[in-house]
Design a protein around this ligand. Structure first.
Ligand SMILES: Cc1cc2nc3c(=O)[nH]c(=O)nc-3n(C[C@H](O)[C@H](O)[C@H](O)COP(=O)(O)OP(=O)(O)OC[C@H]3O[C@@H](n4cnc5c(N)ncnc54)[C@H](O)[C@@H]3O)c2cc1C
Length: 342
């Protein structure tokens, strides 16, 4: 195969968004994934376009989140126009009910000029919402499977060469440069290489990882469905949340588990999330149960993603470690990497 301008290893939301940005700038791009594009952590995500605890974010990550929020509507609109697939960007707001978090959120909102509203009442009558909860009307959601489908379609239109079910086994490094990626005995050449393999990024770099440390934090999530939409806003209660879709689906999330690369779903987690959900909103018990799934969030020690050129290699970049904000931060991180590469 002819040499490309860029090779991207890992086709989750981060790799796909990065491939799109580079291809839109006229570069030839190959994107490799060990499975199907987007089917790991990215597919598992709920699609909340906000950090869960904005006041405690690392400043660099907070800036990416803020820029992500600002550009998301346009990002989705452009994808929709290009592909005809609607990722259902929906500014439904978020009701924060956890009493320990409310005051911190209020102070953070004040400092960052984020609009909050008190006395939000537009939730089901039997939902047990504490009196001093706060509503953040500007927070949006996106439906991630649709978003990934749209990204995939966009990459095909832009002429990105996609290799699925193709696990990269290593990088061929020579002094300060990478020459090719290896796939068993085959080699693929490019001028620039970008690692965006989520929790597997460290493994791909192997002993040349330049101190990159990304650990998996498993999250499980449930989906139920009402005949029609019952709830209009997302509800966040510490680590738990509801994400309602316009067609009556409601996601109930999520767990945070340190179980290495094991992502087996458990009855214990399902029971725990159902118990929280039914206590807060008894109607959940009569909704149809649809699905239970999990994914591995790529976490870093200091809470900020790795974004940029690797210290020891002038043509190798990394875009990974977005933990709970990869969906939110994907468009802005993709743009930043593309600017660096170009
Ligand atoms: C339950 C849950 C809920 C979440 N909710 C939200 C949310 O509401 N909002 C938000 O912003 N974020 C959310 N996240 C976080 C978000 O999903 C992640 O931050 C994001 O998906 C990370 O994207 P990624 O592309 O880096 O990783 P991934 O999607 O995991 O993609 C990495 C890809 O690399 C591929 N790969 C691995 N090894 C190789 C190899 N050797 N060769 C080739 N390819 C390889 C994998 O197959 C995979 O497709 C959630 C995560 C979970 C688990």
């Amino acid at each position: 195969m002819s040499k490309k301008d860029c090779i991207i290893v890992g086709g989750g939301i981060i790799g796909m968004a990065t491939a799109r940005e580079l291809a839109m700038r006229g570069l030839s791009v190959s994107l490799f994934d060990k499975g199907k594009l987007g089917m790991e952590s990215s597919w598992a995500a709920g699609g909340i376009l906000s950090p869960m605890r904005p006041w405690s974010e690392h400043p660099f990550s907070a800036e990416l989140s803020s820029q992500g929020k600002s550009c998301y509507a346009d990002f989705v609109e452009a994808l929709k126009e290009q592909t005809g697939i609607d990722p259902e960007y929906y500014r439904c707001g978020l009701l924060m009910i956890n009493q320990d978090d409310v005051e911190q959120t209020r102070q953070w909102a004040d400092k960052n000029k984020v609009i909050i509203a008190e006395n939000y009442k537009d939730y089901p009558t039997n939902m047990r919402i504490p009196a001093n909860s706060i509503f953040l009307p500007e927070i949006a959601q996106v439906r991630v499977p649709g978003l990934l489908k749209a990204l995939h379609a966009s990459l095909l239109k832009l002429g990105v060469t996609i290799f699925e079910n193709t696990a990269i086994t290593g990088l061929q490094l020579d002094k300060r440069r990478c020459k090719s990626v290896q796939l068993g005995s085959e080699k693929y050449y490019a001028d620039t290489f970008i690692i965006s393999a989520g929790v597997w990024s460290e493994q791909i770099l192997g002993s040349n990882n330049c101190g990159i440390k990304i650990k998996p934090v498993m999250g499980q999530i449930l989906c139920v469905k009402f005949a029609e939409q019952q709830l209009e806003t997302m509800v966040l209660d510490g680590g738990h949340y509801f994400i309602p879709r316009k067609d009556g689906h409601v996601l109930i999330g999520s767990t945070m588990e340190h179980a290495g690369f094991d992502k087996a779903i458990t009855q214990k987690a399902r029971n725990g999330m159902m118990e929280w959900a039914c206590t807060l909103w008894p109607d959940i018990a009569r909704a149809e149960f649809i699905k239970h799934w999990s994914g591995l969030r790529p976490a870093t020690d200091n809470g900020k993603p790795y974004l940029g050129q690797l210290e020891d290699y002038e043509n190798v970049y990394i875009n990974a470690g977005h933990f709970r904000k990869g969906i939110l931060q994907a468009p802005v991180c993709a743009r930043k990497i593309a600017e660096m590469v170009c």
